[in-house]
Design a protein. Sequence first.
Length: 257
Amino acid sequence: MNSFYGDYHTHTVFSHGKGTIWENVRRAKEMGLREIAITDHGLSHIAFGLDDDKVLRMRETVEQVKAENPEINILLGVEANLLGRNGVIDVVNDEWDWFDIVLCGYHNFIWPENTKEAFGFWFPALFGNTLHIPVKEKRRISNTDAYIKAIQNNPIDVITHVGLGFPCYVKEVAAAAAEYGTFIELNGKHLCFTDKEFEDMASTGVTFIANSDAHSEGRILEINAVRSLLQRTGYPIERLANYGKRPAFRYCKPREE
Ligand SMILES: [Zn+2]
Ligand SMILES: [Zn+2]
């Protein structure tokens, strides 16, 4: 049995991961996990996004794999995209019912909410990243605000790789997450804040969750960078939402055992 209950951020061939749902589940079982979430990219991702047909097929597969592997629970989730400065994300209305768990993060290659947000939100972030343009204070505040509004207006379970490609004031984002019961992810591939910023986030009382963001089965629960961060800062691993227990998520329902 692994001390980690589950890995809640993994990709499959349904977006741009290499493994199938079957392979991710098999590896999670080998790792001793009791739960795994399949969280491919949200519907507005330009190249890799899901669509309603894919989600249907994924649901069928998940139910099939679940029936054959009763010792591990499988959640069908999504890594939703932030689409604009007002915190709109690409899971809306009935689409929430499609998913057991909803993660949300900023990604470069998305269809923004509308033309106004294409110019006011998407282009500046995209070109700022690509051309490494230093981030102006105004942009950092606006990015922070977008995260906070997304947390306020949507019952998001986890904010993924906070700050990746989207500079912001992480402490303020964490404070909003703490208030609303959203977890801040410590991502095995992308930690986009300093140790000091991590400690600032922790001081808000927010709960962190460690996920791999695996794009191939071999990387499930690959979180060495997170373990190093915790060691450097003296943060107790037991405080992570998915260590030693099932996380009490905001949107994802408690597990029936
Ligand atoms: Zn991501
Ligand atoms: Zn991801």
